[in-house]
Design a protein around this ligand. Structure first.
Ligand code: BEZ
Length: 225
């Protein structure tokens, strides 16, 4: 049962807190934005910074891959809309990719506080007033608005876009086939039959199952799965 307690820390299984915000594609209500889609909400420390520029260019380049999987992207940076709009032009100049998805203008850190995207340890990651910048958080949210994955990177380390796509593939594959995915799994590799599927039900659902141990049962999935 997903938690909706707004005072509870955000955990996997929490309903993504709703908020209203201004974005580069217009004002949004976050739950309306999610609708029936998967959503990746990802934060940046600040506009016109080098690592963030490469990250946003790459997410814009990969947007069609996310769309194919029914995933909407939404970024966040702790600056104003006007600043975001100028930065989007720079991102196009530098990376060749046009950011089409919304970027939340979170100068006041309203959403950043709600999603605990702030830096606790790195006291250099602050603006001119000493207010903490956002870190590089990633929230993968499913169509039921449940948080399914939380990643947090320091400002100094750019994210791995292939890993974000891989997480989406793993979650969607797992939901569809009652399987889990092993270390370094990528689509096409064998998956692991979920421990809750026992005995004959497992062999009926997965006729090519290979039991390495009673608790570790690999299976291929059909090619079009
Ligand atoms: C960057 O995107 O390069 C960056 C942003 C804030 C602090 C450090 C690096």
């Amino acid at each position: 049962m997903a938690s909706t307690d707004r005072n509870a820390p955000l955990r996997l299984g929490t309903i993504a807190p709703n908020f209203q915000a201004d974005t580069t594609t217009g004002p949004i209500d976050f739950h309306e934005f999610i609708g029936d889609n998967w959503v990746i909400l990802f934060s940046h420390p600040e506009d016109y910074t080098p690592v963030c520029t490469t990250e946003l260019g790459e997410m814009a380049r990969l947007e069609p891959e996310f769309k194919k999987r029914g995933v909407k992207l939404i970024g966040l940076s702790a600056n104003t809309l006007g600043s975001h709009e100028g930065w989007i032009n720079d991102i196009k100049d530098v990376t060749g990719s046009q950011v089409q998805f919304p970027i939340i203008a979170d100068k006041e850190r309203k959403v950043a506080y709600l999603y605990d995207m702030l830096d606790y340890q790195d006291t250099t990651n602050v603006d001119e007033k000493g207010i903490a910048f956002t870190i590089r958080s990633v929230f993968v949210i499913d169509p039921k608005k449940t948080i399914r994955t939380i990643l947090a990177y320091p400002a100094s380390t750019g994210r791995n876009s292939a890993e974000i796509l891989r997480i989406v593939d793993s979650l969607q594959t797992g939901d569809k086939h009652k399987v889990t995915t092993p270390i370094n799994w990528v689509p096409g590799d064998d998956v692991i039959v979920h421990p809750s599927i026992k005995g004959e039900e497992a062999t009926r659902l997965f006729p090519n199952l290979k039991a390495v141990k009673p608790y570790l049962r690999f299976t291929p999935l059909p090619k079009d799965a």
